[in-house]
Design a protein around this ligand. Structure first.
Ligand SMILES: Nc1nc2c(c(=O)[nH]1)N[C@@H](CN(C=O)c1ccc(C(=O)N[C@@H](CCC(=O)O)C(=O)O)cc1)CN2
Ligand SMILES: NCC(=O)N[C@@H]1O[C@H](COP(=O)([O-])[O-])[C@@H](O)[C@H]1O
Length: 232
């Protein structure tokens, strides 16, 4: 009786994570790798724009390659270069890893159109061999507020202050696709987070970060699944 074996091959998805700080959301991704929450995935590079970012230590402890490139040292070391050139350099570092997904996990640098063009396929990027290649890599960002509520930096503090003034009843967190306009990209995952009357900001922030650690994994898995289905 003939028997056939179906050879099932799973492609390990490659994730690049950009950070600037503690890296607790990076840690959530690391902890979820190859669990049912985030199957068949590996983080192939963690890039920080801050040398002292503890997230770099978290990556090293997980044997994940790291890189550091900050704007001001780049401009100082490359007279005449611009912020856009820096963003293009970041894009070059990222696409060299051939990721399936780029996650901004507390990356505190507003990316110019240049970065997005080079990473999401609107413009080609010349490799070391001089050959121009276009990439179509999704970029997602974790933001500690609801869509359109508190775009930009210091969102947690601004939301807490707005609650204190009676302007909002709750806040939240989201992961969204990255577009030029900061925090205006299509939401991937959105979760409301209540603020309790009289509670200190620290307890609201703790509750919010717990939600972030969940949605960043959910969003990465969701977008990677979309990548898989497109490639089928
Ligand atoms: N083009 C985009 N770039 C980035 C986005 C985005 O949606 N589109 N998201 C941000 C993350 N972010 C909020 O989620 C954010 C990060 C940083 C800033 C900001 O004001 N940065 C200043 C420097 C601040 C500092 O160094 O402390 C700056 O870049 O000049 C606003 C929002 C990531 N990038
Ligand atoms: N606007 C971007 C922004 O405010 N991002 C925020 O930076 C923190 C990073 O924490 P982590 O370094 O512990 O992952 C997170 O709270 C994330 O939402």
């Amino acid at each position: 009786m003939s028997s056939t074996t179906s050879a099932t091959t799973t492609t390990t998805r490659r994730i690049v994570v950009l950070i600037s700080g503690s890296g607790s959301n990076l840690q959530a991704l690391i902890d979820a790798l190859n669990t049912p929450a985030l199957p068949d995935a590996q983080i192939i590079l963690v890039l920080s724009n801050r040398k002292a970012a503890y997230g770099l230590q978290r990556a090293a402890q997980a044997n994940i390659p790291t890189a550091y490139l900050a704007l001001q040292p780049y401009l100082k070391n490359n007279p005449g270069k611009t912020r856009e050139d820096y963003d293009a350099e970041v894009a070059k570092i990222v696409v060299k890893e051939k990721p399936d997904l780029v996650v901004l996990a507390g990356w505190m640098h507003i990316m110019s159109e240049k970065f997005l063009e080079l990473v999401d396929g609107r413009k080609g990027l010349k490799g070391d061999d001089g050959v121009e290649v276009t990439h179509n890599i999704p970029v997602i960002n974790l933001h500690p507020a609801l869509p359109g509520a508190f775009d930009g930096a210091h969102a947690i503090e601004r939301a807490y202050e707005a609650f204190q003034k009676g302007e909002i009843a709750h806040s939240g967190a989201m992961v969204h696709r990255v577009v030029k306009d900061v925090d205006r990209g299509e939401p991937v995952i959105v979760r409301e987070v209540p603020i309790e009357k009289g509670e200190p900001i620290e307890s609201f922030e703790e509750r919010l970060h717990k939600v972030e650690h969940e949605i960043i994994v959910q969003a990465a898995a969701k977008v990677l699944e979309e990548v898989k289905s497109v490639q089928r």
